[in-house]
Design a binder for this molecule. Structure first.
Ligand code: FMN
Length: 379
């Protein structure tokens, strides 16, 4: 498997409803497509005479050194792709010396994922609407050693996922004739899904994931400024807000005490019709003005995409679908391979661009727009 596109093709062996649940987006999937297409409007300006014999991809994310500016985004229900689910992702992230952001709708208990992990973890919170429930959840997160809390704010109501409707993918799952037929057509997936690996508790994790997801939806995870203040007072570690798309809101978030922002449209899976995150990123970076760290996700598919985001001021990128397809196609080794692909591609891009370190990648390394006109450098 040479690239993430090929990994996606390998993941087509999943039952259609599962593949679509990972691959699909909200509404007409305009944002889903735009997240990718926007990268094609950004061009590199390689530096002449740079000594790139040695290249260093490492960087520091909220005080933690990572081997490359690629983190693993929170993806709920990973066990749907492969029974090892988040346990495999946590192990692969540790091997790659980077951070795994564990989903608030994960299919294994957050304690079990933490035990399996060898690298640093963030916990992605879907804030429970009742304070005692939130309090109890945060206590578990703290006890398990998660260092960073990442609150997702773009999922106030369930999205319009047309592929899921068409595939009749419901929460909780309904056993329909269609589902049984699809399971029979994918015996390997069905066996793995039903029996799992020794020691993973069979269908237990799936029940947990479905419960998590149902709670997520039932609770309508509305997050207000008051909630962020409460979290800030309650959580002593770094606090990150995921799902910011407006530069004019950054100062308020910084005043509320957040330490990082993820520019995210949830991979085009929530509100359709919002711009590509890579197009919003420079405005957010300008508004934040180095006061806190800015991260970005949505459509990161190639190492070159990551380098473009760094040039536009991101501290690091998060990838979602790419590693989920790796997990679906080849289990843990698939996640390893996807991270390998990103590492190799970032390394080659940096070498050819004339940037031996992450710090060398700045606005001068790219131009945006058509190359037919004389390009002006980025500010
Ligand atoms: C299958 C799947 C499940 C996801 N579940 C969550 C989740 O539980 N919480 C969350 O904040 N984001 C979730 N996301 C969004 C990702 O964290 C991330 O924002 C997005 O996938 C980035 O875009 P990309 O998939 O194009 O890399 C999910 C994405 C996918 C593909």
């Amino acid at each position: 498997v040479l690239n993430t596109d090929e990994m996606r093709k390998r993941a087509r062996k999943l039952p259609t409803a599962i593949f679509d649940a990972i691959d699909g987006g909200g509404g007409d999937e305009i944002t889903l497509r735009e997240n990718r297409q926007a990268f094609e409007r950004i061009w590199f300006r390689p530096r002449a005479l740079a000594d790139v014999r040695h290249r260093d991809l490492s960087t520091v994310v909220l005080g933690e050194r990572v081997s490359m500016p690629v983190l693993l985004a929170p993806c709920g229900m990973a066990r749907m792709a492969r029974s090892e689910g988040e346990l495999a992702v946590a192990r692969a992230a540790g091997r790659a010396s980077t951070i795994f952001v564990v989903s608030g709708a994960s299919s294994y208990p957050l304690e079990q994922i933490a035990e399996e992990a060898t690298g640093p973890l963030w916990y992605q919170l879907y804030l429970p609407s009742e304070r005692p429930a939130a309090e109890a959840l945060l206590a578990r997160v703290e006890r398990s050693g998660y260092r960073v809390l990442c609150v997702t704010i773009d999922s106030a109501v369930p999205a319009l996922r047309q592929r899921d409707y068409r595939n009749r993918l419901t929460i909780p799952p309904r056993v329909s004739g269609r589902l049984v037929l699809s399971s029979l057509r994918h015996p390997r997936w069905t066996k793995d899904f039903l029996l799992g690996k020794v020691g993973d508790g069979g269908l237990g994790p799936v029940r947990l994931a479905v419960w998590n997801l149902a709670m997520t939806i039932a609770n309508n995870k509305v997050v207000t400024a008051e909630d962020i203040s409460w979290l800030r007072a309650r959580w002593s570690g770094p606090l990150v807000v995921k799902g910011v798309m407006r530069p004019d809101e950054c100062s308020e978030l910084i005043e509320l005490g957040v330490d990082g922002i993820v520019v995210s449209n949830h991979g085009g899976r929530q509100l359709d019709g919002v711009p590509a995150t890579i197009d919003v990123l420079p405005q957010v970076v300008e508004a934040v003005d180095d006061r806190i760290e800015v991260f970005v996700d949505g459509g990161f598919w190639r190492g070159a995409d990551v380098v473009k985001a760094i040039a536009l001021g991101a501290r690091a990128c998060l990838v979602g679908k790419a590693y989920m397809f790796g997990l679906a196609a080849f289990a843990e080794e698939g996640v390893d391979r996807v991270l390998d692909i990103f590492r190799t591609e970032i390394d080659k891009t940096m070498g050819l661009l004339g940037c031996p370190t992450i710090a060398d990648i700045d606005g001068r390394a790219i131009v945006r727009g058509s190359t037919a006109v004389t390009p002006s450098p980025m500010p």
